[in-house]
Design a protein around this ligand. Structure first.
Ligand SMILES: NC(=O)c1ccc[n+]([C@@H]2O[C@H](COP(=O)([O-])OP(=O)(O)OC[C@H]3O[C@@H](n4cnc5c(N)ncnc54)[C@H](OP(=O)(O)O)[C@@H]3O)[C@@H](O)[C@H]2O)c1
Length: 235
C-alpha cells in the first residue's frame, strides 16, 4: 500500500507509521514534518527496523500553502495510487478565547485544518481515479465538546471534524473511505512533563492499532468514527 502520514516523526503519527510498517507485506510511506533532522532519523529508524518497507520523507510545513502543494506534487510524481492518507499533523496551544496569545486561532487553524484540507484536495483525484483510498482525520475529543482552556485548539478541532464529516458524505460514491479519529488524552510530547506512572492516559500505539484495524475492512464497510478515551475518562 502507499501510505501518506503528516506529522510522522513522533507521537500518534509515528505510532501509526509503525503499526503499518509491521505488516509482512512491505508498504511504501510518504512522511512529512517540519524538522528535517527528525525526518532523517525516523526514515532511517523505520527502514532499519522494517526492511520490507520503503520510507520516503520530505520536509513540509502544513501551515504553509506552497509547502503543502510541493509535498502533494512530490507524492504524486512517485505514486499513482494512494491507499491511506492520515491527516495527523497538529499543534496544541492551550488557552482560553479571552486570554490566549493574539494569533493563536490563525496558527492552529492553519496547521489543524487548512493544511489537511489542501493536502486532501490535492490527493483526492488520484484516489477517485482508482476508486479507492482511505482518509483518516485525527481530530480530538476537543472536536466534540468544549473544555476549559480549549480555546482556539478546540475551535480548530471542531472545524476539522466538520471537514471530516463533510468529506465522508462527499466521498461515498467514489469508493473512498473517510474516518474521523477522536482520541482523548494520549501520551505524546503534547503532554510532556505529565507523570503517567499511574497509566492515566492512553498510549499513541492505542490509536495506531485502531487506525490500522479500521483500514482492513471489506470495501463496503467504513468505520466513520473512532472515539476513544482513557479508561478513567477525560482529565
Ligand atoms: N496527544 C493527545 O493527547 C491528542 C489527543 C487528541 C488528538 N490529538 C491530535 O493528534 C495529532 C498528533 O498529536 P501528537 O500529540 O502525536 O503530537 P506531537 O507528538 O506533538 O507530534 C506532532 C507531529 O506533527 C508534526 N508537526 C507539527 N506541526 C507541523 C506542521 N506545521 N507541519 C508539518 N508537521 C507538523 C511534528 O513534527 P515537527 O515539529 O518537526 O513539524 C510531529 O511529527 C494532532 O492533530 C493532535 O491534535 C492528540
Amino acid at each position: 500500500m502507499n501510505i501518506v502520514i503528516t506529522g510522522a516523526t513522533k507521537g500518534i503519527g509515528k505510532a501509526i507509521a509503525e503499526a503499518f510498517a509491521e505488516d509482512k507485506q512491505g508498504h511504501t510511506f510518504y512522511l512529512c514534518a517540519r524538522n528535517e533532522t527528525s525526518l532523517q532519523v525516523i526514515g532511517k529508524e523505520l527502514q532499519g527496523r522494517f526492511p520490507r518497507t520503503n520510507i520516503f520523507t520530505r520536509v513540509c510545513d502544513m501551515s504553509e500553502r506552497e509547502s503543502v502543494a510541493a509535498f502533494a506534487a512530490w507524492i504524486l510524481q512517485a505514486a499513482d495510487k494512494i491507499d491511506v492518507l492520515v491527516n495527523n499533523a497538529g499543534i496544541f496551544i492551550p488557552g482560553s478565547v479571552e486570554q490566549e496569545e493574539e494569533g493563536s486561532l490563525e496558527k492552529m487553524m492553519a496547521v489543524n485544518l487548512f493544511g489537511s484540507y489542501h493536502l486532501t484536495r490535492a490527493l483526492i483525484p488520484v484516489m477517485k481515479k482508482n476508486n479507492s483510498g482511505h482518509i483518516f482525520n485525527i481530530c480530538s475529543i476537543a472536536s466534540l465538546k468544549a473544555y476549559s482552556n480549549g480555546g482556539a485548539y478546540s475551535i480548530s478541532k471542531f472545524a476539522f471534524y466538520g471537514f471530516s464529516q463533510n468529506l465522508r458524505e462527499e466521498m461515498k460514491p467514489y469508493g473512498i473511505k473517510v474516518t474521523s479519529v477522536l482520541p482523548g488524552a494520549v501520551l505524546t510530547d503534547s503532554w510532556s512533563g505529565f507523570d503517567n506512572s499511574s497509566k492515566r492516559i492512553m498510549e499513541a500505539s492505542d490509536i495506531a492499532k485502531l487506525v490500522y484495524a479500521a483500514s482492513f475492512l471489506s470495501p463496503q464497510a467504513c468505520v466513520e468514527e473512532i472515539l476513544v478515551r482513557p479508561q478513567l475518562g477525560d482529565l
